[in-house]
Design a binder for this molecule. Structure first.
Ligand code: FAD
Length: 546
């Protein structure tokens, strides 16, 4: 590796450059830069970009037109136009592009960002005047290989898949061919394998199986020097753990082995309401420790009118007359959402089983809503909402989302400061809240979590109305998010952001805490020129050593 052959002064200069420091003429570090505008500082020369197509040949295509879609993402707030887009058809396309840029040295200013399905929130998959790698193109040109072992434990069943594949496609293929499916999911499946593995991939199954980054057996990665490396927990383990939750900083994941389990066919999908936060969280915590259900999530409902939202739409309830009379009277309510998986052959006994398990919970009577759906319908549930919102033109609006991980010991303080105070209405979008058990998470990955065994994911999933200046407008929601983060800070709640977004390197350092040193070391080892994924705004590609 390049870094091993470099002398100390050069290493120091490189560290400082990617950390955003300046130098005096004796090469002494003099200041730290703020990264708020870092990606716009770099302007590679036009000739540098066009030389790529002259000097390299690809199995896929390198395009210089129709670049606008790669300057957009789901967040709909940040726009950085790239100079080119690579549509790779092989891993060597990606490797030779990166190696070529690496060989150009630090002065080219060229950066590279892998783009999964573009569902980032603040430009994390964008590269201003850089090269975007369209990972879905790789996904479409590579096959999925299912390795199913029916006799042994489920740890030996896995799918070997392109990192550009969508989770929804893995679900369909696995069910159709083998009746097997991944163990850990996200709430929405139209995301790529590489995109979620670079973050974590958390959903209602994470309390049992850990996040998606815990359910990976092997990875193929192209590093920032263009090297293709296969890694596992045992082989090249530093890179393996580094890229999992590594925000695309150490390499581009090109293939992954995802662990599978025999899939259920049907799901009992249940929602119940609570007026008391303590009872709600006690039940949630009991559910994740007992493991009696297969999926545990929950959400907050605050409605000033006192009328219930459409939280129960498509659900049958046990007592419709009483449920219709149930009004919140403007209070904050908490909805527990749980699911029990089953197979067709268990259809006769499942109702009894579920009833018995529900009898241990303390929800508000008459608010029990139960639905029976197929496993695919359950997992692909958010896509149904997406289609409805798309029809109304409400999917492509700004999404100022905020995801916070809150330690169990601080969740009550968090709730009392935020729900009903900073957040007085939930009509801008769902607010998810559910606990996970960290003992199921591998702490060697790059992802950071609060320092307690159980912590809550609280996700403020707001949509902003484009030209509104009111409480459904972008400015209002952003200021609300800011206030929530301020409370976390001033009340010392020891929270961590999920899908983190910061504007200064001091904040990133604080975010990673004791993992920061390793994060920087890995950057220097695997992407020494800071070519990869500039849109996270953690490191900046150096443009000169002067
Ligand atoms: P992109 O947004 O394209 O990329 C994400 C980041 O990873 C970028 O920095 C990109 O450069 C980098 N990257 C992409 N591919 C690779 C690769 N192959 N190798 C290395 N780096 C790569 N998250 C959860 O955990 N749980 C949820 O339940 C959940 N629900 C969601 C629901 C919706 C509707 C949306 C829009 C998002 C949700 N997310 C959830 C967040 C989601 O995990 C992230 O937004 C993720 O980044 C999206 O994946 P993507 O494939 O679109 O990746």
């Amino acid at each position: 590796m390049l870094i091993k052959h470099t002398n100390h002064l050069v290493i120091e200069i490189m560290i400082a450059l990617i950390l955003g420091c300046n130098f005096d003429k004796n090469n002494k570090m003099i200041s730290n830069k703020n990264f708020a505008v870092s990606t716009t500082d770099i302007h590679p020369h036009h000739a540098t970009i066009t030389s790529l197509s002259k000097e390299l040949t690809f199995d896929g295509d390198l395009e210089f037109h129709n670049l606008h879609y790669a300057a957009k993402d789901f967040g709909n707030r940040y726009t950085h136009l790239p100079a080119a887009i690579l549509y790779p058809k092989s891993v060597s396309d990606i490797s030779s592009l990166i190696n070529h840029i690496f060989q150009m040295g630090p002065t080219s200013g060229l950066t590279v960002a892998p783009r999964g399905h573009g569902h980032s929130l603040v430009g994390q998959a964008q590269a201003h005047q850089g090269v975007i790698i369209n990972m879905e193109s790789l996904g479409k040109s590579q096959q999925m290989h299912f390795h199913i072992d029916y006799n042994k434990d489920t740890k030996s069943s896995f799918v070997d898949v392109s990192a550009g594949a969508l989770w929804i496609d893995i679900l369909h293929e696995g069910l159709k061919k083998h009746g097997f499916a991944p163990k850990s999911w996200t709430d929405y499946l139209h995301l790529t394998v590489g995109g979620t593995l670079s973050n974590a991939g958390i959903s209602g199954q994470a309390f049992r199986h850990g996040p998606q980054i815990n359910n990976v057996r092997q990875l193929e990665v192209v590093t920032g020097t263009g090297e293709i490396v296969t890694c596992t927990k045992e082989m090249n383990s530093d890179l393996f753990y580094g890229v999992l939750g590594g925000l695309g900083q150490f390499g581009i994941i090109t293939r992954a082995h995802i662990l599978l389990e025999p899939a259920p066919t049907m799901v009992k999908w249940i929602r119940v309401l609570y007026l008391d936060f303590t009872t709600f969280t006690q039940d949630q915590e009991q559910l994740i420790s007992s493991g009696s259900f297969d999926y545990v999530e929950g959400f907050v409902l605050i409605n000033r009118t006192g009328l219930l939202n459409n939280w129960r739409s498509s659900f049958k309830n046990k007592d419709p007359v009483q449920a219709d009379r149930f009004v919140s009277e403007g209070k904050t309510m908490f909805c527990l959402e749980i699911a029990k998986y089953f197979k067709h052959e268990d259809a006769d006994t499942i109702d009894q089983k579920v009833e018995k398990l529900l009898s241990k919970l303390n929800y508000n009577e008459s608010t029990l809503f139960i639905s029976k759906v197929s496993y695919v319908e359950f997992l692909d549930r958010v896509h149904v909402s997406e289609l409805k919102l798309q029809e109304k033109g409400l999917w492509d609006v700004p999404h100022p989302w905020l995801n916070i991980l809150v330690p169990k010991s601080k969740i009550h303080k968090f709730a009392s400061e935020v729900f009903g105070k900073i957040l007085t209405d939930t009509s801008n979008g769902p607010i998810l809240i559910y606990p996970v058990d960290k003992s199921r998470w591998n702490t060697k990955t790059s992802m950071v979590t609060p320092n307690e065994d159980v912590f809550y994911l609280v996700a403020f999933l707001s949509s902003a109305m484009p030209s509104s200046r009111g409480t459904d407008g972008l400015d209002y929601i952003l200021s609300q998010n800011k206030r929530i983060l301020e409370v976390c800070e001033t009340a010392n709640l020891e929270t961590k952001q999920y899908l983190p977004h910061y504007t200064t390197q001091e904040e990133w350092k604080k975010h990673f805490g004791s993992k920061w040193e390793d994060f920087v070391r890995r950057k220097l080892t695997y992407d020494p020129l800071a070519i990869l994924t500039p849109g996270q705004r953690i490191f900046q590609k150096s443009t000169s050593l002067a």
